[in-house]
Design a binder for this molecule. Structure first.
Ligand code: ATP
Ligand code: MG
Length: 446
């Protein structure tokens, strides 16, 4: 690399190799599971007018006060690279009249941008999978959304992660709790971190979210929401927890869980690795992998009618860090590499590869370079089987004699079945087993 080569932007990643496979596996799993729950896919703009985020997320939150990438475009308008999905989806719901589809279950994924201090598991461009149910006021929506999150994590093979669940109550409960928290923390104001002293006036709930040790001791004996819950808010929370139990989703009550954003009401939750678990070890201090909650107040902050909604987002990079590499790269079907050591037979080998791919099998091809080195190269790709195409000396025709080079008998049987299947699907080939000492013969009919 010359000194002249520009460096990547701090906090961005170029993802390659097993990390990229794990990333793709997370997205594919999410796409599959969201279909099982019948969430509809949406594609959202990467940037919005700055006010979309400022008005909905809240001016006093970390995101809006210090993490947004905002800039003026050439027309002098203030725009912001999305720091989260929910605000943009809410804006789209209002501007496109998606009320007509309500209640609507939406899913998306893609890059987000936050100006944060980069470290392991924390980037300035990162990626999320995101799911939202808009226009549904009933606690069953929270349960369905959480069951989906739980299933995504389980199908990724991630263990040792638990759903931490809290309620923030309705507006009245939250207000009474807020007043009690202010009183509690004001009594020890001088001993709080500078940041929390500031939060005390603007956003006291956020003190509960503080990672500063000076604050943690006072958070431990702070008043809890349960003392202030209205009957309605309590029965909503009870319905969520009993629904989760019925759905078989394990959860744990987390009384000081508040989430950073202003718009949450009722249910708030995070999936967090259990202390001492392998997952916690892999993630270090950046431990929350998925977070969300109910945001009944959000649409109004954007000028819409009151609209109940609930959603979550999970960091793809953090999920990918917890996914075992072996789960991701291997597909459940055999994978092949096709080669030939005979010059002139390349077109047959290409044709064979194309049939395999059309039949749904992942296939690599090694057909360039010195013929003598091809087999060695093919071997290094670690496919389940190498298919070596050889000339049929009996006949000067487009036949392929194929050495399977499989590692066990079971794979050989699978392979024979697959070849029979290919021969039955594509009329241009005939398949014969064990032909003159070769494993198989494919005859390409003219
Ligand atoms: P944190 O407390 O880690 O800053 P957050 O509350 O800001 O998280 P959310 O806004 O709830 O995060 O985003 C949901 C998920 O997105 C997080 O649980 C995490 O997995 C991921 N995430 C958030 N910020 C980043 C980042 N800067 N880099 C990588 N992943 C992130
Ligand atoms: Mg954050």
């Amino acid at each position: 690399m010359s000194k002249n080569t520009p460096q990547a932007i701090r906090g961005t990643q170029d993802i390659f190799g097993p990390d990229a496979e794990a990333f793709a596996f997370v997205v594919e799993t999410f796409e599959r599971v969201r279909r099982l729950y019948r969430f509809r896919r949406v594609e959202m703009p990467v940037f919005e007018k700055t006010e979309v985020f400022a008005r909905s997320i809240g001016e006093t939150t970390d995101i809006v006060s210090k993490e947004m990438y905002s800039f003026e475009d050439r027309g002098g308008e203030s725009l912001t690279l999305r720091p989260e999905f929910t605000a943009g989806i809410a804006r789209a719901y209002l501007t496109n009249g998606w009320q007509q589809h309500a209640p609507v279950k939406l899913a998306t994924h893609g890059p987000l941008f936050r100006y944060e201090r980069p470290q392991k598991g924390r980037y300035r461009q990162f990626h999320q999978i995101d799911a939202e149910i808009i226009g549904a006021a009933e606690p069953q929506a929270d349960v369905e959304l959480l069951a989906m999150a739980d299933q995504v994590i389980r199908e990724l093979g991630i263990t040792g992660v638990t759903l931490h669940l809290n309620t923030l109550g309705d507006a009245d409960s939250r207000e009474a709790w807020r007043a009690a928290l202010v009183e509690h923390f004001r009594a020890v104001k001088g001993e709080l971190s500078e940041e929390s002293q500031e939060r005390l006036e603007k956003n006291p709930l956020r003190i509960l979210d503080s990672k500063d040790r000076r604050d943690r001791q006072f958070v431990a004996d702070a008043p809890v929401i349960d003392q202030f819950l209205s009957d309605e808010a309590r029965s909503f929370f009870d319905a969520v927890t009993s629904g989760l139990d019925a759905a078989g989703v394990k959860w744990k009550r987390a009384e000081s869980l508040v989430r950073g954003l202003d718009y949450y009401r009722h249910t708030a939750f995070e999936f967090i690795p259990d202390e001492g678990s392998e997952a916690a070890g892999k993630l270090g201090s950046q431990s929350t992998i998925l977070g969300g909650g109910r945001y009944d107040g959000l649409m109004e902050s954007l000028g819409g009618a009151p609209t109940p909604a609930v959603g979550w987002a999970a960091g793809i990079e953090r999920l990918a860090m917890l996914v075992g590499a072996s789960d991701t790269v291997l597909s459940d079907r055999l994978t092949y590499v096709v080669t030939t050591e005979h010059e002139g037979l390349e077109p047959i080998a290409w044709r064979l590869a194309s049939l395999l791919r059309q039949a749904g099998s992942a296939t690599d091809v090694i057909l360039t370079g010195s013929v003598k080195k091809r087999f060695k190269k093919a071997n290094s790709l670690e496919a389940d089987a190498i298919l070596v195409v050889r000339p049929d000396s009996d006949k000067q025709s487009a036949d392929a004699l194929i050495d399977f080079k499989v590692s066990d008998e079971e794979q050989r049987v699978d392979l024979e079945m697959e070849f029979e299947d290919i021969a039955s699907r594509f009329s241009e080939v005939e398949f014969a087993e064990e032909y003159h000492g070769f494993d198989a013969k494919l005859t390409f009919l003219q």
